[in-house]
Design a protein around this ligand. Structure first.
Ligand code: ATP
Ligand code: MG
Length: 233
């Protein structure tokens, strides 16, 4: 589904991504772990074309490095950035509609608006109120659901559980499993080792600008050295 090879990215003169290699297969949940500032979000942005990438990003067999973000979205990559960027003045329903791709009608694709309301009754209850009144957790759900409305084949979700209650974290985990069950590949950027180990098929750990570990959750559990050096504070 996604093959990233020797990916580099810069902010001005700062060389942030220094040769990232990463593969994500169909229907797989892959967790991307690492400490603050190692470049996890920048990896997502470089794949999405929001940051200029150098290197290769192959998506469904085609090179997408150098394409514009909206072109990449139209090809089937969804991105939920770490700031919950809902449209606060629009209703929940209007926010969801804005997730559709150009020319896509509601109800086409894997997800309908009713699907979202069935999964998250809070969104249904607040369908016609301004999204600004939703709680932080509800806004996180709304951002994820809006991205799914565009029917992506691959989604990158950046720290969806940050600041959420344990109950809401559980809901996010359920949604991630539902996404995988529909055959969608997921890159889950996380701080919390526990949720990543619970639901991921594979895990990457990022050091400063490149991957320092790749393996299954079980393999990471055995590697106390990796966790000590690259994850624990
Ligand atoms: N717009 C920007 N301009 C300049 N430097 C940036 C910018 N965004 C991020 N950086 C720097 O790039 C590095 C990587 O940032 P990135 O956001 O990818 O980290 P991260 O792994 O997602 O961590 P976290 O989300 O915890 O901050 C950091 O040192 C950060 O300070
Ligand atoms: Mg980040």
């Amino acid at each position: 589904m996604l093959d990233v090879t020797d990916l580099h990215a810069f902010y001005g003169k700062s060389h942030i991504l220094q040769g990232v290699n990463m593969t994500i297969r169909e229907g797989e949940i892959v967790a991307l772990l690492g400490r603050n500032g190692v470049g996890r979000s920048t990896t997502c942005k470089a794949v999405m074309g929001e940051v200029q990438p150098q290197g290769s990003v192959m998506f469904k067999g085609k090179e997408i490095a150098g394409k514009k973000a909206y072109e990449i979205a139209n090809l089937g990559i969804g991105y939920v950035p770490e700031n919950r960027d809902i449209f606060p003045g629009l209703t929940t329903r209007q926010n969801l509609i804005l997730g559709l791709k150009p020319g896509q009608k509601e109800g086409q694709g894997r997800w309908s608006m009713q699907n979202m309301f069935d999964m998250f009754e809070n969104l249904q209850r607040r369908a016609d109120v301004e999204a600004s009144v939703l709680s932080g957790g509800e806004q996180q759900m709304l951002t994820m659901c809006r991205t799914l409305m565009g029917d992506p084949d691959f989604v990158m979700i950046d720290e969806p559980t940050e600041g959420l209650s344990p109950q809401m974290v559980q809901r996010v985990a359920e949604l991630l499993k539902e996404i995988a069950s529909r055959g969608i590949a997921t890159l889950l950027v996380e701080q919390k080792l526990s949720i990543a180990l619970d639901i991921a098929d594979r895990v990457y750990v990022m050091g400063h600008g490149h991957m320092v570990f790749e393996g299954t959750p079980e393999e990471l559990k055995e590697r106390e050295d990796v966790r000590k050096e690259w994850l624990e504070v």
